[in-house]
Design a protein around this ligand. Structure first.
Ligand code: FAD
Length: 380
């Protein structure tokens, strides 16, 4: 399905945002180890936190193909900023769709205005790839649920306090007993850990938190046991697809920086771009990028056709993420090499993008889990 005029216009505005506000500030966010709030305000003004929120809830209800293109364009500015923004957006869209009206009304306005950040918490200190092994425990109590446990490696957890959290209600039952809750980080029983100190990509705001006798009311149960595991996995093909698009965006940005450099830097009496050995490297990157973009488009098409959870979408999304992550892992160092020592400067995006590609290899299904998914769909 072609993009609408409004979607195309929004993508053009996002491209400008990435070029003028995200990319120029990303190195500072990294130095200051923080989320890029300045650009978040501009993203809110464009409507990016309302992208897939239904029209009835004041959203734009744009297509998934539009979301994937936006993810590519924004990640070309900064992967971490884009992760942070999309995660807040995803919580807003989920609450508008799945939460009780009173709960949605309580949190949606602050989320879409960027006044509060959102996150989705599956991973724990003891369980990552094996989601069914989570041990955060939710037990029934008068009027709701009492939750105890810890979450780790969560995007936006450094600041987010509107949290979609998955917990086990029946230890030993695996995925069957998992339920989904809305957790408010301003309530008693919630303790945030300091943001993680990592090798980079601090604009993701990665961190964790602990819940001690946290009380969730009945209407804050988003997905009852028996339905939450499926709900969590229901959005994963979309997430894999936009992460693939983000890898494409980082390579596209690096390619453009290297190409521009090759036009003005000379060696042995001619421009770098006039050396066949130099420019072939960029032609390889551009060709692999084009292939990965097609894979993202194919997955996005299936999702927009209402087949987000079927086997074809599982396969298309897993393959798109697998190959886009590998392409970024391979091409970003090659493009940095094409810049010579200049590519090491902080003002250039290569090191930042490289770490972004490393993170992409873990979130929403590690490379190994994608290979397993591909085998499962193939009937293995
Ligand atoms: C920056 C960042 C942001 C994140 N944001 C979120 C978030 O917002 N919400 C959230 O819930 N989680 C988030 N995560 C966590 C992410 O989903 C996990 O890192 C991922 O699920 C992998 O889990 P793990 O890192 O614990 O690796 P483990 O599960 O411990 O696995 C370690 C390694 O072994 C491999 N492995 C595991 N099992 C198998 C197997 N059966 N066969 C072959 N190989 C295997 C894995 O692929 C991995 O390479 C984030 C992670 C990062 C780095």
């Amino acid at each position: 399905m072609p993009l609408t005029a409004a979607e195309t216009a929004l993508i053009a505005q996002a491209r400008q945002l990435a070029r003028e506000q995200i990319s120029p500030q990303a190195a500072r966010w990294e130095q200051e180890r923080r989320i890029g709030h300045e650009a978040l305000a501009a993203a809110v003004a464009l409507g990016l936190t309302r992208l897939q929120v239904p029209l009835a809830a004041g959203g734009l209800d744009f297509s998934f193909a539009c979301k994937a293109e936006l993810a590519e364009v924004l990640a070309g500015g900064d992967f971490g900023f884009t992760m942070s923004l999309i995660n807040t957006h995803n919580v807003a869209a989920k609450l508008a769709r799945d939460a009780a009206p009173a709960v949605a009304a309580r949190y949606l306005p602050d989320l879409v205005a960027g006044r509060r950040l959102g996150c989705t918490a599956l991973t724990e200190p003891g369980a990552g790839s094996d989601f069914a092994a989570i041990t955060t425990l939710a037990t029934r109590c008068d009027g709701g649920w009492r939750i105890n446990g810890a979450k780790a490696w969560i995007t936006n957890a450094a600041e987010a306090d509107v949290i979609v959290l998955f917990a086990q209600t029946e230890p030993g039952s695996g995925g069957r007993g998992i339920a989904g809750f809305l957790v408010d980080g301003r309530r008693a029983g919630f303790v945030r850990e300091p943001a993680y100190a990592l090798g980079g990509q601090h604009s993701i705001g990665t961190g964790g938190f602990r819940l001690t006798d946290y009380l969730a009311s009945d209407d804050e149960l988003l997905h009852p046991p028996g339905q939450a595991f499926k709900a969590a996995l229901g959005s994963i093909n979309g997430a894999r697809t936009y992460i693939a698009a983000m890898c494409n965006g980082m390579v596209a940005d690096a390619l453009q920086v290297a190409w521009a450099y090759g036009q003005q830097r000379s060696s042995f009496g001619q421009r770098l771009a006039d050396h066949q050995g130099w420019r072939w490297r960029l032609a390889e990157a551009a060709s692999e990028l084009a292939a990965c973009r097609l894979m993202v488009s194919r997955a996005a098409e299936l999702i927009d056709a209402g087949q987000a959870t079927g086997a074809p979408a599982q396969l298309a999304a897993a393959q798109a993420k697998l190959l886009a992550c590998r392409m970024a892992d391979r091409q970003l160092p090659a493009l940095a090499q094409a810049m010579g020592a200049e590519g090491l400067r902080e003002q250039h995006p290569f090191a930042r993008h490289l770490l972004g590609a490393r993170v992409a290899g873990f979130v929403d299904g590690s490379t190994e889990m994608l290979l397993e998914r591909i085998c499962a769909v193939m009937g293995g």
